[in-house]
Design a protein around this ligand. Structure first.
Ligand code: IMP
Ligand code: MG
Length: 185
């Protein structure tokens, strides 16, 4: 694996750009309209699943026009590298009581489906007024646990991707686009 700590290693880790920042911006504008339609003026709580969705959250919250609060949860499923451990841990929980909210979970990517399956179960048990899931990326080929989001902005093949919040070993979250990670470096 490339040494991400050097600029050269960092740059070589981007194999090719899959989704440009312009394509992401366009899809988010559309998603904002869709969310506005769903709630028709009713207030919502956007719940970002950290860390991967922090960039998407910052953009999607500015693309909706309904009154909106934000909340953050930290769910860890990848501890390092590109392999899932299969264990989902909630390392930081919401500080709101969600029973009075229409909740929209904002996720970066659905891969095996384990993270959202666990998070949705946990949040449904708290009796929100309603619960929907919006994900930036969906990798349906990789599903181990059946899970369908209410909205996926992009469906991608079984590739490990980085950028726009998504990491490999905590690096690359700051890339403005979604790229295929170069596993051969
Ligand atoms: P799941 O529980 O397997 O669906 O995995 C969801 C989490 O795994 C995501 O929120 C990401 O943090 C991480 N993940 C899955 N696929 C990728 C990828 O291609 N690049 C970076 N992170 C990923
Ligand atoms: Mg994530």
């Amino acid at each position: 694996m490339a040494d991400f700590h050097t600029l050269d290693g960092f740059n070589r880790s981007v194999k090719n750009v899959l989704i440009t920042k312009e394509e992401i911006a366009e899809a988010i504008a559309q998603a904002g309209k869709k969310i506005d339609e769903w709630y028709d003026g009713r207030p919502i709580l956007l719940v970002s699943i950290l860390k991967g969705s922090f960039v998407f959250m910052a953009d999607i919250c500015r693309a909706v026009s309904v009154p909106c609060e934000i909340g953050f949860m930290c769910a860890k499923s990848y501890y390092s590298g590109t392999v899932s451990t299969g264990v989902v841990k909630i390392t930081m929980d919401l500080d709101q009581d969600i029973s009075n909210y229409h909740v929209v979970i904002v996720e970066d990517i659905i891969d095996t489906g384990r993270t959202l399956n666990d998070v949705v179960k946990m949040l449904k048990a708290r009796n929100p007024l309603s619960l929907r899931v919006v994900t930036l990326l969906d990798k349906p080929e990789r599903r181990i646990v059946e899970f369908k989001p209410d909205l996926a902005l992009f469906t991608i093949p079984d590739l490990f991707v980085i950028g726009y919040g998504l990491d490999c070993a905590e690096y690359f979250r700051n890339l403005p686009y979604i790229a295929e990670f170069n596993q051969d470096t």
